[in-house]
Design a protein around this ligand. Structure first.
Ligand SMILES: [Zn+2]
Length: 202
């Protein structure tokens, strides 16, 4: 791969994760077909290396209805989130190996892996290729900082979130939850101590 492509790869590497996360948020935020098209032709195309498609004259653009788009988005999200969850254990996650095997990501001369925008890729494979290239560049973020919020399933890279298990929006309520549990436990301990005092033979 040419040097200028390696330089491009280094510049676009900052986009891989935010662009992947943008789709995951959109998928549960009610994205429509036009939102998905905007992502594919905008941020996604900027973050990937375009592989020219062989022109096929007889391909008719199939009309996809709104419900179908929602289903595609939701199932892509579910699969990506499940695979990212496993990436927290490190050791060469499955989706990274798959992306290399399927040539969804390719190495550059500078040792960087870049995601490709090829024809006939499933949406989940496009998103996973972004995360796979990002993982190979910054594996420690996945092992140390990645969490899937236990309340809303948002994927977050944040060591503080890793400690609580909640995203920023739910961290406060999560803390209240912990505090409430602690208060209940303390009340129980006090009651228990009182009962024991009463039961103690005089
Ligand atoms: Zn959350």
């Amino acid at each position: 791969m040419a040097l200028e492509q390696s330089v491009d790869a280094l510049i676009t590497s900052a986009l891989w994760r935010p662009v992947g996360l943008e789709l995951l948020r959109g998928a549960c935020g009610g994205w429509t077909a036009s939102d998905l098209a905007r992502w594919l032709l905008g941020p996604y195309q900027e973050a990937t290396l375009y592989v020219p498609r062989s022109e096929r004259k007889n391909t008719r653009a199939r009309k996809v209805d709104a419900r179908e788009v929602q289903t595609i988005l939701r199932s892509a999200r579910a699969e990506v989130v499940a695979l990212l969850r496993d990436a927290r254990w490190g050791g060469g996650p499955e989706f990274v190996r798959t992306a290399i095997r399927d040539r969804a990501i390719v190495p550059t001369s500078s040792g960087l892996w870049i995601p490709l925008d090829k024809s006939r890729m499933l949406l989940k494979d496009r998103v996973l290729a972004l995360f796979a290239a990002d993982y190979l560049l910054r594996p420690q973020d996945y092992v140390g900082d990645l969490i899937v919020c236990s309340k809303c399933e948002e994927v977050v890279f944040d060591p503080a979130a890793r400690q609580t298990g909640y995203c920023g929006a739910h961290r406060i309520s999560g803390l209240f939850g912990v505090k409430a549990k602690q208060a209940t436990l303390m009340r129980w301990q006090v009651e228990h101590a009182k009962t024991r005092m009463r039961m103690r033979p005089s």
